[in-house]
Design a protein around this ligand. Sequence first.
Ligand SMILES: Cc1cc2nc3c(=O)[nH]c(=O)nc-3n(C[C@H](O)[C@H](O)[C@H](O)COP(=O)(O)OP(=O)(O)OC[C@H]3O[C@@H](n4cnc5c(N)ncnc54)[C@H](O)[C@@H]3O)c2cc1C
Ligand SMILES: Cc1cc2nc3c(=O)[nH]c(=O)nc-3n(C[C@H](O)[C@H](O)[C@H](O)COP(=O)(O)O)c2cc1C
Length: 535
Amino acid sequence: MFAKHLGGHSLMTNANHVRGSAWIQFPRVLCARWSFENIVLMGDAAATAHFSIGSGTKLALESAIALANYLHSEPTLPKAFEKYEEERRLEVLRLQSAARNSMEWFEEIERYFHLDPVQFNYTLLTRSQRISHENLRLRDPEWLEGAERWFQTQAGVQESAPVRRPMFAPYKLRDMELKNRIVVSPMAQYKAVDGNPTDWHLVHYGERAKGGAGLVYTEMTCVSPEGRITPGCPGLYTPEQEAAWGRIVDFIHSESDAKVCMQIGHSGAKGSTQLGWETMDAPLKDGNWPLLSASDVAWSSENQAPKAMTRDDMDMVRDQFVKSAEMTERAGFDMIEIHMAHGYLLSSFITPLTNKRGDEYGGSLENRMRYPLEVYRAVREVWPQNKPISVRISANDWVGEEGVTPEEAVEIARMLKEAGVDICDVSAGQTSKLGKPVYGRMFQTPFADRIRNEAHMATMAVGNIYEPDHVNSILMAGRADLVCLARPHLANPYWTLHAAAALGDHDAKWPDPYQPGRDQMWRLAERADTMLGKV
Ligand SMILES: Cc1cc2nc3c(=O)[nH]c(=O)nc-3n(C[C@H](O)[C@H](O)[C@H](O)COP(=O)(O)OP(=O)(O)OC[C@H]3O[C@@H](n4cnc5c(N)ncnc54)[C@H](O)[C@@H]3O)c2cc1C
Ligand SMILES: Cc1cc2nc3c(=O)[nH]c(=O)nc-3n(C[C@H](O)[C@H](O)[C@H](O)COP(=O)(O)O)c2cc1C
């Protein structure tokens, strides 16, 4: 673009500046209090917001107006300062948070260079996360519709097809074709009997498959009785269990067009614990069984110390994973996920907080990944070539440099990708009691984003994602390929169909017997839109 002006010289970016970049050395000012005696702070002295959202002057002026008003209305200076701070602090914090998102986008801009210009533009426009998908539609409906068309066309939909929200674009992994991007995230039910799924599971998973999500995950299903988390966890290690899962899969395939993924795992040091609604992660009151883990690090001072696995133990557990994978295939599942997150057995190898081994399975990341990758490769051997495998990881131990960091998670994903894993299911935490997660809306999505755009691997985002708007902006911005919702699907198995109705999307397929319910919902949604003046 600038070639003709540069006379053969290359462009100098801000980062090449001799004194370092002015843009990536932004002092973020946060003050514990904004006044002292007769002195009061405002503007950049009270709080700075990165100039990439262009709001510093606005903030300063709004604060000045508020301060002036309170100086007139309040009887004393301290009262006026107190009211001023009370009114402005939250507003300023909100803007600072948006400014930080925006600043990070600019600082990491190289991560997004490979994106298509349409998607790149979308990430630029939504970088502060103050502007959501539907909010962007209010600002520029034509541009957004063009972007949505681009999204679904690159997902394989014909150019002439009606434009739908990104969440309704299909997705293909190996030969598995998903009708949309919504995933029912794995969720333990604690209702199995001797590892056997029951009618509870048939109804539970059947309902979620009817509810419109493209992909339904089972809960963590354990590869051995000792590998169960609780006595209520299901397994895949007996023919009865295989048959019971087969019945569930058959129902889903015959009565819905959802695909179904089996999540297999081994509980490691977090095994032999109470049901989720009892005391989570606490040992059983009686009947505890011995535990295996990467090292003899107990989950907490209450939990028993696991045995550090010998090479024989490692062979045994790897073979259990393989047997479960074979059963998964015979039961008819479309996809399999290996659980390498949340502090369970394979996760205990990956995180240095629980892997204290001095052999070739401990120490460097390469060593810590050796056994999990061995298990993956053994499963891949027996799992059909046309069906995908995902791996769930904890992309952040939330303990800083001592544990797995989002940066290291990119390296983990690179290794998984190189080994042939089709998609990385990016969760975080639950690997150590020391972890201090920072919760918030879509709080784990930045890790999925980073892996997708730095390791160039397909990702699934999960964690406090609950509105269609969240899903659409994550997908459209290329932060993940699929979006998992867990708790929203406990509250509402029909989350996807309800979202479609609320957005006026009449192409989502409802089960035939439910059409009158669908029609009523469509009418009600239309009426609500008319009242809001949208139609
Ligand atoms: C590169 C850049 C781009 C920006 N782009 C935008 C944008 O597009 N939109 C937007 O809204 N905001 C933008 N901002 C932010 C905006 O400029 C600031 O937030 C705003 O100017 C803050 O106003 P202020 O009055 O608090 O501080 P300032 O404007 O910094 O005023 C402080 C004043 O105090 C003076 N001073 C300092 N020390 C002393 C002293 N000891 N004695 C006497 N005087 C002193 C300084 O010389 C200065 O004049 C940008 C900022 C930068 C750096
Ligand atoms: C009741 C419950 C059980 C869960 N069980 C599992 C599980 O078996 N395997 C797993 O990987 N994650 C499990 N999770 C984590 C969820 O899949 C998900 O990552 C987490 O709840 C964050 O998503 P959300 O904010 O949409 O709920 C469970 C979560 C809940 C609430």
